[in-house]
Design a protein around this ligand. Structure first.
Ligand code: GTQ
Length: 345
């Protein structure tokens, strides 16, 4: 037996013996663990609204919101099938609520956002305050706050849910509770949180209850107006167009500690420069039409489409008409841990 062969046999023999005691040699896996750059199984993917709408409506015939608790079609990244996630760190799904239905109250450790895509007049109640949904609105349900959804309107309402489920799962820190009642009692008037926190003012005695924004709803009308105004007074950023982030007005930090949320306007004809960042990002097109170019691959999106751009994948954004994109990522987590990186060009 050659010396090389002998060494290999001794190693295999050693691995087999230590394996029984749940021990493994690092040197066989080191280069897959500590890589020069992010090496994510997350793939670029597009869910076209045109394909999703009939399936979402069909789900409404198969199960009630009450039976399902949450009637959602999960957007599973093709590189992460069976793991209920759109990126490595974030879950996304399309939730349907039909006229007259209630998705019963519960609370959980996971933070959630709703980005309204279709229909008008459903509500989410957060800690006793109802928020009526309109297309393009961002509504957040902070960790451990009671929330239920209802639809007193005449037509179906569909929104995108994004939750930090995989992050909370990674940390094994999840709790969940259901109350006795289906919907929570309304204890505050609709618009109260907006009046207190939504106009760059705060109550005199304000004390933060958590790191999450005390403001539950960021109406599209206002954020869209800001972007339109910016487009009149500044040149677009060469990579991002006109881009703003949703913040916690009481801290200046991100609206949620685990999920970063953004809205950007790309003027018609925009041709963005190459950019990449370490936060895999879930996009939802609100208005317009365009494409993300990722080397050989192109993601061509239309209004209401949802798509994912994975970590560290260089891309250029192009818009054919005035385009507005909402996006969500784990950027606040990476920034809190000094991990986030970005690069232009
Ligand atoms: O609305 O509370 O898409 O708990 C997944 C889990 C939505 C919700 C989801 C949830 C919710």
């Amino acid at each position: 037996m050659s010396a090389v062969h002998r060494a290999s046999k001794d190693r295999q023999d050693f691995y087999r013996r230590i394996d029984k005691a749940h021990v493994a040699p690092l040197w066989e896996v080191l280069h897959g663990l500590v890589t020069p750059e992010p090496k994510t199984p997350c793939l670029p993917v597009l869910w076209q609204w045109q394909a999703m709408l009939p399936w979402v409506l069909e789900s409404g015939k198969l199960i009630s919101a009450k039976e399902a608790e949450r009637r959602v079609l999960v957007l599973e990244n093709p590189g992460l099938r069976g793991r209920s996630r759109a990126t490595h760190s974030l879950y996304a799904g399309l939730q349907l609520i039909l006229p007259g239905e209630i998705a019963p109250a519960h609370r959980h450790s996971q933070s959630a956002l709703r980005f309204v895509i279709f229909g008008d007049g459903a509500y989410t109640a957060v800690d006793g305050e109802r928020v009526t949904m309109h297309v393009g609105d961002l509504i957040i349900t902070p960790s451990w706050t009671w929330h239920d959804h209802g639809n007193p309107s005449e037509a179906p309402v569909i929104w995108m849910d994004v939750l930090d489920l995989p992050i909370v799962e990674l940390l094994d820190a999840q709790f969940m509770e259901r109350p006795d009642a289906e919907s929570q009692e309304t204890v505050r008037t609709e618009g109260e949180s907006y009046a207190r926190y939504g106009r760059t003012m705060l109550p005199l005695d304000f004390k933060p209850r958590s790191k999450t924004s005390p403001l539950f709803c960021y109406p599209y009308e206002r954020s869209r107006e800001s972007l339109a105004e910016l487009a009149r007074c500044e040149d677009p950023h060469p990579c991002h167009g006109h881009k703003l982030q949703f913040i916690n007005p009481a801290s200046g930090g991100p609206a949620m500690p685990t999920i970063g949320t953004f809205l950007q306007l790309l003027p018609a004809g925009f041709r963005g420069r190459t950019y990449r960042a370490t936060d895999s990002t879930i996009y939802c097109a609100v208005e317009g039409k365009g494409r993300f170019k990722l080397g050989e691959q192109t993601i061509a999106f239309d209004a209401k489409d949802v798509f994912v751009i994975p970590s560290w994948m260089a891309h250029q954004i192009e818009a054919d008409t005035d385009t507005v994109l909402f996006s969500a990522s784990d950027r606040p987590v990476q920034q809190a841990l000094d991990l986030w990186r970005e690069a232009e060009g």
